[in-house]
Design a binder for this molecule. Structure first.
Ligand code: PHE
Length: 454
């Protein structure tokens, strides 16, 4: 059922900032530089940007048009846009995916609070190095406490709704994030290590590009753009009919890409080349160690972790909104109840992830995929942060063209935008040919090799 007075964004700038806030997150500032470092630098960056523009942008258009047309979250959108029941199951998968991603993303987001606190209160000394990071992740109580704190912040914002909570916070936080990032880049470029770092980051080395690089770059593109699980669809459902989707979608994608590229311009000059550690270690160990020795490092470090916390927060609110909108749209719940139940579920599901980083040994090694031992958190990221998003993206494209039908999808997308015919044709080619090939190929590769994209 469509609620009578659906909330809408106050302004199109507000929508763009909220959607860019969803896209810009730990994925840009933490995961992107890590993957770039592991996959040979410049070549990876080039592939990533190509996939973002050729597959990510068209998929963004699919999600935004579906949301705006239906004026409902994913489950309702599949229900109303095409009659076949089977599609509704995909809507449920999207809601579940949002809840699960939030449950482990929230664990890492919680760390940003702890490290910000550490910078402000104690400064970075030896405690910030590897063993201390290990001790922190092993401390189950602290892991759950920081997850709960971050979920508390998220819930507090989502509770105030689309305009009063999400849009208001995003319009304040996104410009702050941008300014902080610029300041930090200026600082990083003055370091003696800057030039070596930039060379590694920006000069593509053809030898480093392989099928695997391609798969990693694509997985990162969807994760970073918040695609394949209905987050952008849900934000699109709060748009009023008059808005220009072609322009807003493009701006969101460009913002997300710009922030990822900028994060690299900050991190590689500080590192001076390829990182020797991957994953959590890159930001929380290597950078913290550097902050301990750099001039004004404590101040810069505090700003850096504040930046990371803000980026994560505008993403976690979008993850929570997908589930909240389901209870509100489909079950008629009040926002308060919807947000409360979602937060409770996420926290419950987050506990095993929070405890899988050393607190409870068994949770650290649940399953072995492709010869790699995966803990509970890694496992959730593999199935929900990678497989589910890619599958979701693949099926969304099929849905738009075959079930909802091309004519209706295009009418919605191009309403009020005056897009020239060649652009329309090009976009159709990307969606009908390139996207299914690319997404289908990746899906097959992931399932066969068990590659975790993160
Ligand atoms: N795009 C976010 C990031 O880069 C993560 C995210 C994925 C948010 C899916 C919402 C939905 O950190």
């Amino acid at each position: 059922m469509q609620p009578a007075g659906r909330e809408h964004w106050k302004s199109s700038l507000g929508f763009v900032l909220a959607a860019a806030g969803s896209a810009v997150g730990l994925g840009n500032i933490w995961r992107f530089p890590t993957l770039t470092g592991q996959n040979g630098g410049g070549g990876f960056v080039l592939l990533y940007v190509s996939i973002v523009l050729l597959v990510g942008l068209p998929l963004m258009y699919v999600e935004l048009s579906m949301g705006r047309a239906a004026q409902l979250g994913p489950v309702g959108a599949f229900r109303t846009l095409a009659p076949h029941r089977a599609w509704r199951a995909l809507g449920y998968l999207f809601v579940l995916t949002g809840i699960v991603i939030l449950s482990y993303y929230g664990v890492v987001a919680g760390w940003t609070l702890k490290y910000f606190w550490m910078a402000v209160v104690d400064g970075f000394t030896k405690e910030a190095s590897g063993p201390a990071f290990g001790a922190f992740t092993k401390n189950g109580t602290l892991q759950i406490a920081f997850l709960a704190a971050f979920l508390g912040l998220t819930t507090g914002i989502v509770f105030f709704g689309v305009k009063g909570g999400i849009e208001r916070m995003s319009t304040v936080l996104m410009p702050v994030l941008f300014v902080l990032l610029l300041l930090l880049i200026v600082y990083a470029l003055t370091l003696p290590t800057a030039l070596d770092g930039l060379c590694f980051y920006l000069i593509p080395d053809p030898a480093s590009i392989s099928g695997k690089t391609f798969v990693f770059a694509a997985g990162q593109a969807f994760f970073s753009l918040s695609l394949g699980m209905g987050a952008m669809l849900t934000y699109g459902s709060y748009l009023s009919p008059g808005s220009n989707l072609m322009r807003s979608g493009l701006v969101v994608v460009l913002c997300d890409t710009a922030v990822a590229i900028m994060a690299g311009l900050l991190i590689f000059p500080v590192l001076g080349g390829a990182p020797d550690k991957s994953g959590p270690g890159l930001v929380f160990v290597v950078l913290t160690d550097l902050f301990a020795t750099l001039p004004a490092g404590r101040f810069v470090g505090a700003l850096f972790f504040l930046l990371l916390a803000i980026a994560a927060l505008t993403s976690t609110i979008s993850l929570m909104e997908v589930a909240a909108s389901y209870w509100i749209d489909e079950r008629g719940w009040s926002r308060k109840k919807a947000v409360g139940v979602t937060a409770g579920l996420v926290l419950l599901l987050g506990v095993p992830s929070a405890l899988s980083l050393g607190a409870v040994g068994g949770l650290g090694n649940v399953l072995s995929i492709g010869g790699k031992a995966l803990g509970f958190l890694d496992l959730m990221d593999f199935f929900f942060g990678n497989v589910s998003l890619t599958l979701g993206g693949f099926l969304l494209v099929l849905f738009a063209l075959l079930a909802w039908k091309r004519a209706r999808f295009e009418a919605e997308l191009y309403a009020g935008s005056g897009t020239p015919a060649v652009v329309r044709k090009g976009l159709f080619f990307l969606l009908a040919v390139l996207a299914p090939l690319c997404l289908g190929g990746i899906l097959g590769y992931m399932l066969i090799t068990g590659q975790t994209l993160g």
